[in-house]
Design a protein around this ligand. Structure first.
Ligand code: UDP
Length: 474
């Protein structure tokens, strides 16, 4: 690893003439977007051979903690004193596209002043190379363009999702989106160009208006196509054909450098304290025996779903580690574990409010992951060879689920209303049957491929070197 980093830094230094450069970054202020951006920062900093400084511009809510990062990083809060309550969508019913529009509108003006200041203050021997911006921050990218700063776009989702977003305008023009009715036959209509996706997988939010959704996705595509390159947190052997489609469709260089959390430590961006005690508890469990249950940082459940989940876990008789976030249950601020649940699961279940997820998934005791299929969770599971029970809710989660179930065949969806008997059966299927074992074997195969991609000569490793060269050449 040290030799590889040294080689990369020698190559970065040669392409930049040995000059020090500063990479400016602007993550979207949500856990699933902060993590990959900060992992990218870590990878560039470590491989830049002392020549790459990092400046992170960030919203004042969900802000990263500067104390968790090495010297050489600068953190610049943007929009201090601005109201932020309506910028944080909470739960699966929230209007995400609306919140994204407001975040761009509100941060844009204060960012202009701060970017101007940063450019004026830049020391001669450490000029700003470029801004790496989250693909949802088109407004921020426009400010950089205006001030003459080149931009690279970080897509924190998978390649298949970006291909689906690219197809969205044409599906609208054909009159397929928004769906004319909630009729099951219509929603299940397969989309020929996007196999294995169906029309229902393209309905990204129940509450966002179609106009907002269309504008939001157009901004995202404009951000990609007007950038100097798109950085993808995936790997070639996982999504090769979709990576090719993006390359052909958007006409800018692609840097497919994932899985990011495997080339840079992934925990310094956690907004919530991770309960490490669960790792000790996992040490006492048998290999491949425990179901890890977590639905990421934003998805939520109502009281009834919570109850069914609890009794499904209890009745399965299988060991589990369950993350119940403080705001997991809609319209309640308390963890509502049903009466009798603790007794029924004593000794074989553990509940935490936030877990060190990557370490949990990498623990030999974990046999399966019941997930909402956020892209980070999906990729983290693949990288540890862990098969999945899928319960997607919104955004790209349905797309990720379809790939897990239909393409990689490393998991399956629990559909419809959550019901304890169905949950019990799903858990047993994943952990105790030959079908589940085959899913685990296929997941382990993908894990091996992920490892190869970041090794010497691997596709992600080469893409990372090209990215560093590009950055040093700006
Ligand atoms: N995560 C974590 N602890 C938890 C649950 C999640 O550290 O208990 C991390 C997880 O490793 C992942 C991120 O939070 O990197 C969630 O991102 P994802 O894209 O899966 O879902 P989102 O939160 O964006 O819906």
């Amino acid at each position: 690893m040290a030799a590889a980093a040294a080689a990369a830094s020698a190559s970065a230094a040669s392409s930049g003439g040995g000059r020090r450069r500063r990479v400016l970054m602007f993550p979207l202020p949500f856990q699933g977007h902060l993590n990959p951006m900060l992992q990218l920062a870590g990878a560039l900093h470590a491989r830049g051979g002392g020549l790459v400084g990092i400046t992170v511009f960030h919203a004042t809510f969900n802000a990263p903690n500067p104390a968790r990062h090495p010297p050489g990083y600068r953190f610049v809060p943007v929009g201090e004193g601005l109201p932020s309550a309506d910028l944080i969508p909470s739960g699966s019913d929230a209007d995400f596209a609306g919140a994204l529009g407001r975040i761009n509108d509100r941060l844009r003006e204060p960012f202009r002043d701060l970017l101007r200041q940063a450019l004026a203050d830049a020391e001669d021997d450490e000029a700003a190379a470029c801004l790496v911006v989250d693909s949802n921050l088109r407004g921020i990218q426009l400010v950089a363009e205006e001030l003459g700063v080149p931009t690279l776009v970080l897509r924190t989702g998978g390649a298949a999702c970006l291909v689906a977003y690219m197809a969205f305008p044409a599906l609208c023009d054909k009159g397929l989106l928004p769906p004319a009715s909630q009729d099951k036959v219509q929603l299940d209509m397969p989309l020929d160009e996007l196999t294995p996706l169906r029309l229902r997988d393209m309905v990204f939010s129940r509450t966002t208006t179609h106009a907002n959704m269309r504008r939001c996705l157009q901004d995202l595509l404009d951000a990609g196509s007007s950038s100097s390159g798109i950085i993808l947190n995936t790997f070639q052997d996982l999504e090769n054909s979709d990576v090719q489609k993006i390359s052909n469709g958007l006409g800018v260089p692609l840097y497919t450098i994932g899985p990011l959390h495997k080339i840079s430590s992934g925990t310094e961006g956690s907004l919530l304290a991770q309960d490490q005690t669960c790792l000790k508890w996992l040490d006492k469990q048998e290999a491949d025996s425990v179901l890890y249950v977590s639905f990421g940082s934003l998805a939520s459940m109502d009281e009834k779903e919570m109850l069914e989940t609890a009794w499904g876990l209890a009745n399965s008789q299988m060991p589990f580690l369950w993350v119940i976030r403080h705001n997991m249950v809609k319209s309640s601020h308390q963890m509502s574990i049903p009466e009798g649940f603790e007794e029924a699961t004593r000794g074989r279940g553990m509940v935490v409010t936030w877990a060190p997820q990557q370490e949990v998934l990498g623990h030999h005791a974990i046999g399966g992951f019941w997930t909402h299929n956020g892209w980070n969770s999906t990729l983290e599971s693949i990288c540890e060879g862990v098969p999945m029970i899928c319960r997607p809710q919104f955004a790209d989660q349905m797309i990720n689920m379809r790939y897990v179930q239909e393409v990689w065949k490393i998991g399956f969806e629990i559909e419809g209303e959550l019901e304890r008997g169905e949950i019990e059966m799903a858990i047993k299927k994943l952990l105790c049957t030959e079908e589940g074992r085959q899913m685990r074997l296929r997941a382990k195969d993908l894990q091996d491929k992920a490892v190869k991609c970041i090794e010497e000569e691997g596709s992600s490793k080469s893409a990372m070197e090209s990215l560093l060269k590009r950055i040093m050449s700006f």
